[in-house]
Design a protein. Structure first.
Length: 146
């Protein structure tokens, strides 16, 4: 599988500085949200997360693997607001072309996870929008896979 063109350096930096994302799923016309720890794989524009099979969001993903999500810096200072909104496809790690790299990325970020036999999933990004008020009020950086 060929690699996608990389995200803007400022977006990659932000994603590497954080480790918790909000995830939104929909199945049978019912939305659901969850949070997850993530490792970001720059070379593939993808996240790796851990989630148990018996969760509502995984049940939704098994019916509809199109997801969206957010990562945000919590601040009350308007000039420092930063956040990312993303869309993509979420797949079992075993179905990912990046399976080996994904496992390495997750265990490097969360070494203790190796002892718990996590159920890893890959989120392949196809759209990312970053708001970064440090660049000017409401400044957006947008990336599309294609």
């Amino acid at each position: 599988m060929e690699q996608n063109r990389l995200l803007d350096t400022r977006i990659r930096s932000f994603l590497n500085e954080h480790h918790i994302l909000g995830l939104a799923t929909v199945a049978d016309n019912m939305p659901y949200c969850a949070t997850a720890f993530y490792a970001y794989m720059e070379e593939f524009n993808a996240f790796v997360i851990n989630s148990a099979d018996d969760t509502t969001h995984i049940a939704n993903v098994l019916k509809n693997n199109r997801i969206s999500g957010t990562i945000a810096l919590e601040t009350k200072i308007i000039g420092k607001i930063q956040g990312v909104q993303f869309c993509g496809q979420m797949i079992r790690i075993e179905e990912s072309a990046h399976q080996v790299a994904a496992r390495k990325a997750y265990y490097r970020r969360f070494p203790y996870a190796a002892f718990s036999e996590p159920k890893l999933w890959v989120i392949e990004l196809d759209f990312v929008k970053m708001t970064d008020n440090r660049l000017g009020f409401g400044k957006k950086l947008i990336w599309h896979k294609h």
